[in-house]
Design a protein around this ligand. Structure first.
Ligand code: ADP
Ligand code: MG
Length: 625
């Protein structure tokens, strides 16, 4: 019976990386176009650089598993990026090779090529036959092919042109299958050619009829190698090789198409967008779930992309400026890393992508800064977009405002996808800095409170208390600077306990008791006489004018909101804005509940005066005054 070997049935949970190669096609200037020179160039066999649209005095350098420059031949691309993975197919493992990139950048040239310069597909199929021929005795091999197109999220059989949308299924062993898809056994390369060429022509004919359909669909060739052991137990292994000419990665929404084409664009974007998420998940190794099921393309490739499969993505790019945006976005999708290098690309290309250097990242800003002439330009641009029919016919100059907006949006997207680790670290650092700053401010506050207390307490308390207090402060300072997160939180608590030293509080209460005997519970701020001996900053008069039980009720109400209120409810309190509400929530998270209203004084920025104003406003408001 047929069985899959362990490596190919998902037994190995650890996802492997997708190798990424970039191929830059030669510069192709048309006689009627002005020759601006290239905007991207190779540096060595793994690196390339592109002019930085943000700052013309810089280039952005990208690093890949392989870089194939303009002069690279079809044979070289095949040898370095594809041939090494083919022996795995004969051992029951899966593999996929796909060409990514904007329309016109060389995907079809790379995958199919021409009769003079055959591409990856014919070379790979030939090589599979060669490998089978050279195999050791003991196994029988059978090679078969299927050829399909994913168009508008529909799976269409290219070997049976009148077929309908086919379903994608998964069997018990997690193999992906397409019931009903034509599968042809092929006995030689010429046999393959006999089926493949007319099927490809079918697709090309459709493309001229249906408005560049070929650039909007994914062409997927499947080569399946089944080998069966000649002797008992007649083990059988199946290896699949997917060779995919992807839809153009350019953003078709720019073409301003309506109706069916708009739908096509959305569908293409879904599959390519999902592919980018899948590749990103596999290559960053951070994703819990690889989102294969989110599109037809990734669902189909599920057992042949990642896992134990061998996958290569050849990103095709074009050097002309009109491809700048699409090249930039294709590189960002594909890049393992990038680096901004402080040097101009070339003298003559510097002016083209110029942007105000300090341009905000915010899209609003990008749109909002539109002056009258700029708006006019946008209008004109939209007009030309409507006129054009093929995506590759549009000038993608990075100086167009809408392109800039998209670049900014793209950069945001990248920040959230490809650089999420780095971003996470930056966030941590920013958070730590913020915490340190907050602690410093608290420290200052505590110190001034402590000074106040010690001055007040100095008259009556023993001389021993002061050094004891100082000893408590010292470790906080050390912790503030060196402690990790949980310790920092403890460090915040410590001085608060110190600041509530009983003798000092009692002293303060004693001092005020004769003034306002009516009050049951006295606020910390009330209890402390200002250091300069001036009038107490608390406006104390209003409290004595309200009914005691109502006052207590209101206090309880406010306390409840402080302890259980949501951000919105907290903001509903008088004198509490967004920032304060968040600080209160933060305090609650660290310290738990406010046992009494006066604890609010412990929240950052809640000075005595503010607390006093807060109390007055909220109690009066709670009492409907
Ligand atoms: P895509 O499939 O990405 O839309 P094509 O493969 O159709 O792009 O390439 C667009 C044009 O550029 C074709 O005329 C193709 O022959 C040519 N071309 C692409 N890559 C190369 C290359 N590496 N060398 C020479 N010509 C190329
Ligand atoms: Mg093509």
């Amino acid at each position: 019976m047929a069985q899959r070997v362990a490596q190919s049935d998902g037994g190995n949970k650890k996802a492997t990386r997708v190798r990424v190669a970039v191929r830059l096609r030669p510069y192709m200037s048309k006689p009627d176009e002005k020759d601006e020179g290239p905007c991207v160039r190779g540096l060595d066999s793994q690196n390339l650089e592109i002019v930085n649209w943000r700052n013309a005095t810089e280039t952005v350098k990208y690093h890949f598993d392989a870089f194939h420059g303009e002069q690279t031949t079809q044979q070289e691309v095949f040898l370095s990026s594809v041939k090494p993975i083919l022996p795995h197919i004969l051992k029951g493992q899966n593999a996929s090779v796909f060409a990514y990139g904007p329309t016109g950048a060389g995907k079809t040239h790379t995958m199919m090529g021409s009769s003079e310069q055959p591409g990856v597909i014919p070379r790979a199929v030939r090589e599979v036959f060669n490998l089978v021929k050279a195999e050791d005795e003991g196994w029988d091999y059978s090679i078969g092919m299927s050829y399909l197109e994913i168009y508008n999220e529909k799976v269409l059989d290219l070997l049976s042109p009148n077929s309908q949308d086919l379903p994608i299924r998964e069997d018990r062993d997690k193999n992906i299958l397409i019931p009903g898809l034509t599968h042809m056994t092929i006995s030689s390369f010429s046999d393959f050619d006999k089926h493949f060429v007319p099927a490809s022509l079918n697709r090309t004919t459709a493309s001229t009829k249906l408005n560049q359909r070929s650039s909007r669909s994914h062409a997927v060739l499947l080569i399946k190698v089944v080998r069966t052991q000649r002797i008992l137990p007649h083990r059988q292994q199946t290896g699949k090789l997917y060779l995919v000419d992807l839809a153009g990665s350019e953003d078709n929404r720019r073409t301003g198409n309506q109706g069916i084409r708009l739908k096509e664009s959305g569908a293409i974007n879904l599959s390519l967008f999902t592919l980018s998420k899948v590749v990103d998940s596999l290559n960053s190794g951070t994703a819990v779930r690889v989102p294969y099921r989110d599109s037809k393309l990734t669902r189909l490739l599920q057992d042949s992309l990642g896992g134990s499969a061998h996958s290569v993505m050849i990103t095709n790019i074009a050097p002309e400026y009109k491809y700048y945006f699409d090249t930039f976005s294709a590189l960002n999708f594909a890049a393992k890393s990038k680096l901004i290098v402080n040097k101009p690309f070339t003298r003559e290309t510097m002016a083209v992508p110029t942007l105000p250097v300090k341009r905000g990242r915010d899209e609003h800003e990008a749109q909002g800064s539109g002056t009258q002439p700029q708006k006019k330009r946008q209008k004109e641009e939209r007009k030309t977009e409507q006129d054009g029919s093929s995506p590759s016919s549009h000038i993608h100059s990075p100086s167009e405002p809408s392109v800039m907006d998209r670049l900014i949006a793209l950069e945001k997207l990248m920040m959230s996808c490809q650089e999420k680790d780095r971003l996470g670290m930056l966030k941590d650092v920013a958070q730590s800095r913020k915490e340190i700053q907050e602690l410093k401010e608290k420290q200052k506050e505590f110190e001034s409170k402590a000074m106040l207390f010690s001055r007040l307490g100095g008259e009556k308390s023993s001389a021993k208390q002061e050094p004891a207090f100082k000893n408590n402060i010292a470790p906080l300072q050390r912790k503030q600077l060196t402690a990790s997160k949980p310790n920092k939180q403890q460090a915040v608590v410590q001085p608060l306990q110190v600041s509530q030293l009983q003798p000092l509080q009692q002293l303060a209460v004693v001092k005020k008791q004769s003034v306002c005997v009516k009050r049951k519970e006295r606020k910390l701020s009330d209890q402390v006489e200002p250091p300069d001996g001036k009038e107490n900053i608390m406006d104390s008069g209003w409290e004595s004018q309200v009914d005691n039980s109502m006052l207590e009720q209101s206090r309880q109400k406010i306390l409840q909101v402080l302890n259980t209120g949501s951000l919105k409810e907290l903001k509903g309190l008088q004198q509490i804005g967004d920032k304060k509400a968040k600080l209160i929530l933060g305090w609650r998270e660290i310290h738990g509940h406010f046992t009494k209203l006066e604890d609010l004084g412990k929240v950052e920025g809640m000075t005595e005066k503010r607390f006093s104003t807060f109390m007055k406003a909220n109690i009066l408001s709670a009492m409907g005054k």
